[in-house]
Ligand binder design. Structure first.
Ligand SMILES: [Ca+2]
Ligand SMILES: [Ca+2]
Length: 201
């Protein structure tokens, strides 16, 4: 059937629908606002709780843990390798100055004790440049002695043709692929070594 002309009742019915729609929208908005408020309160409580827990945790760390948990085996900027700490210099000095620089930080210009250590230091030095080690023949030409007084027992790590003492060279460095005897007054990088701190007891 066709739509008849709108009577007064139709007008009332339409107004009621609009009113219902408005109430529903208002209810929805209220619900959303309520939900947002709840979330805000929850988040605030949660944050406060986390800070509280975190604070307690810090207190626990500082007051209850044994002090050796705070121990670092090596100082910052030093590298730990097989029970020793190594410092790789960031600028260059002559051999004697390098030796003193290591002593000043309670260490020694590196004395190599194992083949693994040699391999580690040779590879690391290759990335840095020419690097002094604690080995020289300044007391007696051709007799290579480590800074701790021990004689050099290896010959396989010299680069081909070295040591050649070509310019009165009495100090050893890591060059590209092996050791080289070089002039002690030249400025090169250096490596300090000291034992790691015994953290566990
Ligand atoms: Ca020499
Ligand atoms: Ca040489």
């Amino acid at each position: 059937q066709g739509q008849g002309p709108a009577g007064p009742l139709d007008f009332l019915s339409s107004g009621r629908q609009d009113c219902h729609r408005s109430i529903t929208i208002l209810q929805l908005i209220s619900l959303v606002l309520l939900a947002a408020l709840l979330v805000a309160v929850l988040v605030k409580d949660l944050k406060a709780g986390l800070i509280h827990v975190h604070g307690d945790h810090c207190m626990f760390n500082l007051t209850h843990l044994p002090t050796d948990h705070l121990c670092r085996p090596c100082p910052w900027d030093w590298t730990l390798f097989q029970g020793n700490c190594y410092f790789f210099s960031t600028f260059q000095q002559n051999w004697k100055e390098s030796l003193i620089a290591c002593e000043e930080v309670g260490a020694q210009l590196v004395v190599i004790k194992s083949h693994e250590e040699q391999s580690f230091l040779q590879q690391t030095s290759k990335k840095i440049g020419y690097v002094w080690m604690g080995l020289s023949d300044m007391k007696q030409e051709g007799k290579w002695v480590w800074l701790d007084g021990s004689p050099l027992k290896w010959s396989q790590y010299w680069a081909p043709g070295e040591p050649n003492n070509v310019y009165d060279e009495d100090c050893a460095d890591f060059s590209d692929n092996g050791w080289n005897d070089n002039t002690c007054s030249l400025e090169k990088f250096w490596i300090c070594k000291k034992p790691a701190s015994p953290c566990s007891r």
